[in-house]
Design a protein around this ligand. Structure first.
Ligand SMILES: *[C@@H]1O[C@H](CO)[C@@H](O)[C@H](O)[C@H]1NC(C)=O
Ligand SMILES: *[C@@H]1O[C@H](CO)[C@@H](O)[C@H](O)[C@H]1NC(C)=O
Ligand SMILES: *[C@@H]1O[C@H](CO)[C@@H](O)[C@H](O)[C@H]1NC(C)=O
Ligand SMILES: *[C@@H]1O[C@H](CO)[C@@H](O)[C@H](O)[C@H]1NC(C)=O
Ligand SMILES: *[C@@H]1O[C@H](CO)[C@@H](O)[C@H](O)[C@H]1NC(C)=O
Length: 466
């Protein structure tokens, strides 16, 4: 267990007497004992923060990043205009900036609500995990956009991130009872190696951390495009279905000579289920949303260690197999999943999903009005805000502070307005419910709950909208 406070205490030891030392040691042992007793997975996760309460909770306020103060954000949302914004890009290297990281400084920078904003949100807590390595201020601001005291948040920090970034994430978690980070760090590369090793401790720890109903798995530069209230409404419409993008597997990315049978993978905790049947691999983006029941199932019924290990041996994009495979292999039977037959039958190559959207240079619509590209993905610009606001997805990838931080600042101001305006409109009035309710996985799970359900007769026909 690496706990920053404990490490600091050791530094003072040589200066004190032996009796005092013994006393202090005893106290420390007690503290450690109670700390461990109160947390299910010591060695993995640090949950330390308490709200640093000031006497009266503050009123909602929004502070734009200084360099973006001059932008007329509201105008960008009125209509898409490709031509005029290039010259006013705010480009900033956030991690070079110096600022105070004590709790009262954090609370002054962004507004973090101390109370749920509506009964619908209070009764439907969410959880978020994020693998992070850079742009701390962006992460803090994005967190504030969807922060709610009933939610749970867990950061997985990349091993290769610099110490200053890491200490900032640690300091952030110190200030909140519902923000934690995994102390185990892995070197996550762009091919996806160690992505799951990094995510799974957070996912497992979240189980004993709040009564959340859905968890979204995210990466560093994903940012919210919806408010917490809107996300809650969307997840309610998903009605227990997981939201995982699904495609036929890119088998060439994996070592096919390994043993991919349930038995070889030792996938089920109930060993009689570990037959010689091969697991039906599928591909899809790593970012996804899982229902609570799905996460409980993954840790209570399955043993994904060997599967994760074998996937990690592969070459490129190997973080894009685990959740799609669990989601669609009928023999695994994940709650909120779907039948594999729909992947094989469905002609739609890029299976639509809601958790996150990127614009790729090599895939339609490849329509990047900002013309800012990073590793083949469009970095959003201010000229795209009107379009982004109409996307039905929860998160957008990517906002890059060094390319157009103004786009992000305007987006989160918009979310702040939608969350806190006195005359704010209800999510069900701003979202198009049929986009979500008619989704194939939602329909599958609703039909699955009926007593006369026949998986083989389920129609995989689906015309995605939005
Ligand atoms: C947010 O609301 C404020 C106050 O009404 C307004 O001045 C501002 O333009 C709004 N921002 C956006 C991005 O719509
Ligand atoms: C916290 O940071 C603020 C600046 O944002 C500073 O004024 C204050 O002294 C700091 N408090 C402590 C206890 O360090
Ligand atoms: C283990 O799986 C077998 C085969 O599906 C089933 O019959 C048995 O009841 C399961 N055992 C437990 C303890 O769940
Ligand atoms: C704006 O960009 C979109 C997509 O890049 C394009 O379809 C549209 O024609 C452009 N409009 C103008 C006015 O350039
Ligand atoms: C809502 O989405 C459906 C498709 O799911 C579409 O047919 C309809 O026109 C949309 N309604 C609005 C108001 O945009």
């Amino acid at each position: 267990m690496v706990h920053p406070k404990a490490t600091t205490r050791i530094c003072f030891l040589p200066a004190i007497s032996k009796t005092r030392f013994a006393g202090l040691l005893l106290v420390t042992l007690f503290v450690v004992f109670f700390y461990l007793a109160a947390h299910e997975s010591p060695g993995e996760i640090v949950v330390s923060g308490k709200f640093n309460f000031v006497a009266t909770p503050p009123k909602p306020f929004f502070k734009r990043f200084e360099a973006a103060e001059h932008l007329n954000c509201e105008m960008f949302f009125e209509k898409q205009d490709n031509s005029t914004h290039q010259e006013i890009k705010v480009e900033v290297d956030l991690d070079k900036l110096e600022f105070d990281m004590n709790c009262s400084a954090i609370m002054k920078q962004n507004f973090f609500s101390r109370t749920p904003l509506s009964p619908a949100e209070a009764s439907f807590p969410l959880a978020f995990t994020k693998v992070v390595y850079m742009d701390y201020l962006f992460l803090e601001a994005d967190l504030a956009s969807i922060y709610a005291p009933q939610n749970s948040y867990c950061f997985s920090i990349d091993l290769s991130a610099d110490w200053k970034f890491k200490s900032r994430i640690h300091a952030l978690s110190e200030c909140f009872p519902n923000i934690m980070y995994a102390t185990s760090e892995f070197d996550v590369d762009s091919a996806g190696h160690n992505m799951h090793a990094s995510q799974l401790p957070c996912l497992e720890a979240l189980r004993s951390f709040g009564p959340w109903k859905y968890v979204a798995l995210l990466q560093n530069h994903d940012a919210a495009l919806k408010t917490n209230a809107e996300m809650v409404q969307i997840y309610r419409w998903l009605d227990g279905a997981n939201d995982v993008q699904l495609r036929p597997p890119f088998m060439e990315r994996l070592n096919q000579n390994l043993d991919w049978t349930f038995k070889g993978l030792n996938l089920f905790k109930n060993s009689t289920k570990n037959t010689d049947q091969k697991i039906a691999l599928a591909t899809g983006y790593n970012e996804c949303s899982l229902s609570r029941a799905a996460v409980e199932y993954i840790f209570d019924e399955l043993n994904v260690d060997k599967l994760v290990y074998q996937l990690n041996i592969g070459g490129y994009g190997i973080d894009e197999f685990l959740f799609p495979t669990l989601q669609s292999d009928d023999a695994i039977g994940l709650p909120g999943g779907i039948t594999r037959r729909c992947i094989d039958e469905n002609v739609i190559h890029f299976f639509f999903y809601f958790t996150r959207r990127s614009i790729w240079s090599h895939l339609p619509p490849c329509d990047c009005a900002s013309r800012l590209w990073r590793h083949g993905i469009c970095a959003f610009g201010t000229e795209m805000l009107a379009e982004l606001e109409n996307w039905p997805v929860l998160f957008g990838n990517k906002f890059i502070p060094s390319m157009d931080y103004g786009a992000f600042e305007c987006m989160r101001e918009r979310l702040f307005n939608r969350s806190y305006a006195v005359n704010r409109r209800l999510p069900e009035d701003t979202l198009n419910d049929s986009v979500y309710k008619t989704h194939l996985t939602v329909r599958y799970n609703q039909e699955r709950r009926m007593s006369n359900f026949d998986k083989n007769k389920f129609s995989c026909n689906y015309q995605h909208t939005g």
